[in-house]
Design a protein around this ligand. Structure first.
Ligand code: HEC
Ligand code: HEC
Length: 410
């Protein structure tokens, strides 16, 4: 993993603007907006009140993998955003809080520093705002503020580190989210073959990938929505992605699906009839937004299968076939509920097998190297007896009795 040190936000913005102005912006077919060209990733931006420092990122890393920040202290961010699973979770639908399952696919946290709309529904506006939503959400972390904060305050390691980083006598939960966001910003990848190619190293991509890139920006029209340095315009579209079977056919998934609709304030008449993910509608409550999702960023894709908001497609080949057919249909595009919200941008592409393969190779090659790291051993509570090498997690694993026996010295 490479930690990126801070660059003033103003400089990042200036650089990005300069890049944008310097390269010819294309006007792809189907939508009159201007599509910024593909661009190398700049250093990760950070909000002025939460600058990136190494010490804060290290603390954030520990918190990211520490289950103290969930309801029953059994699950960490890292359990659903596993470095070995592309910093996401490789089931179509994410695991959930014990006893529950989630209802959407877990997204990678790699390169989220650059996004201003987080989640498939784009409903969190910053990493600082996103982290507590994750760890308090009923089917994700299910944590309670005071309990999570108390756990940090009972952990000598955190008392010391929070004092060092934030200058507080005791850890504050709000600062924990700042540290987690900072750690996530360091998971930014600026040295992929795409970045090198765009910076002028024309050998960085294979010939086939270069052909894929040309299709991406031309005949296949992906650039209309997947553009700029992150390969997303962060706008919302209903592509007609088909409904996953889980929401209707798997007991726990059905419970979560129904509950999410209810909790997000959908009218009862819709709640009883809609069987698909209303996406942006949950935030805006506007009928035109039903079933729209944020354009997904496309860096790091090879590590994050399956794809789309409920993992509807297992492979990139399936994704390309879907677009080649002009997208699909779901109950919010086919008039079932009087809605025809499919984006008019998607049209059949008539790609040859060779062209489809080139697009897949392009997406694979731009994924860059896998970001692996050794998981930290999470710090124990101060109230535990001080047995050398015995952490809270190990105590939990070997069981209370063996733990107490090991702690015999107390
Ligand atoms: C129980 C599993 C689970 C846990 C625990 C969890 N997440 Fe997530 N995460 C998900 C799922 C599923 C999504 C997509 C949810 C959605 O769009 O509604 C997601 C989305 C995200 C995103 C948005 C990425 C994007 O492209 O917009 C970020 C960032 C993130 N999680 C970070 C975290 C952090 C930080 C923590 C710990 C504080 C955490 N998550 C804990 C499952 C989890
Ligand atoms: C009209 C805008 C639009 C166009 C054009 C478009 N996409 Fe997408 N793309 C999206 C949206 C929106 C999503 C998320 C959809 C969802 O989950 O329901 C997405 C998701 C994806 C994903 C899944 C990413 C993940 O992490 O799960 C891939 C891969 C992808 N697009 C590749 C492409 C390729 C390749 C093309 C060109 C052939 C293309 N897209 C054209 C809007 C677009």
């Amino acid at each position: 993993m490479k930690a990126q040190l801070q660059m003033p936000l103003s400089l990042v913005v200036t650089l990005a603007t300069a890049l944008f102005l310097a390269s010819p912006a294309s006007l792809a077919t189907g939508d009159p907006d201007i599509d910024p060209p593909l661009a190398p990733l700049p250093p990760p931006p950070a909000p002025p009140d939460n600058p990136i420092t190494q010490a804060k990122a290290d603390l954030g890393m520990m918190l990211f993998f520490d289950p103290k920040l969930t309801g029953d202290a059994s699950l960490s961010c890292g359990d659903c955003h596993d470095p070995k699973q592309g910093w996401g979770f490789n089931d179509p639908i994410s695991r959930g809080y014990p006893g529950a399952v989630h209802w959407r696919n877990s997204q990678t946290v790699v390169n989220t520093a650059y996004l201003s709309k987080l989640f498939w529904q784009g409903n969190a506006k910053s990493l600082e705002a996103q982290a507590p939503i994750a760890n308090k959400g009923a089917v994700a972390g299910n944590g309670e503020d005071d309990v999570m904060e108390a756990r940090l305050r009972q952990t000598p390691y955190y008392i010391e580190k929070f004092r060092e980083v934030f200058g507080t006598q005791q850890p504050n939960l709000g600062d924990a989210w700042m540290a987690v966001a900072t750690f996530e910003r360091t998971l930014s990848q600026q040295d992929t073959p795409l970045d090198r190619y765009l910076a002028g190293d024309l050998d960085a991509l294979s010939e086939q990938a270069v052909m894929g890139k040309q299709l991406f920006e031309g005949k296949a029209n992906c650039i209309e929505c997947h553009n700029g340095s992150t390969l997303t315009d962060e706008k919302y579209y209903n592509l007609g992605v088909p409904r996953p079977f889980e929401w209707e056919e798997m007991g726990l998934n059905t419970v979560t699906f129904r509950w999410e609709n209810y909790a997000k304030g959908v009218y009862e008449k819709h709640y009883r009839n809609w069987k698909d993910d209303a996406g942006l509608y949950f935030s805006s409550k506007r009928p035109v937004d039903v079933g729209k999702h944020r354009t997904a960023p496309l860096r790091y894709l090879v590590y994050t299968a399956p794809y789309m908001h409920a993992g509807q497609f297992y492979t990139l080949e399936e994704v390309i076939d879907f677009y080649n057919e002009g997208g699909g249909e779901n109950e919010f595009t086919d008039g079932t509920h009087g809605l025809e919200n499919k984006t008019p941008i998607l049209k059949p592409l008539n790609l040859s097998d060779e062209e489809k393969e080139a697009l897949v190779v392009f997406l694979e090659e731009i994924s860059g190297d896998e970001i692996r790291m050794k998981l930290p051993e999470v710090p124990p509570y101060g109230v535990l007896p001080n047995v050398p090498g015995l952490t809270q997690i190990r105590a939990k694993r070997i069981g209370l009795e063996s733990y107490l026996a090991a702690a015999g010295q107390q």
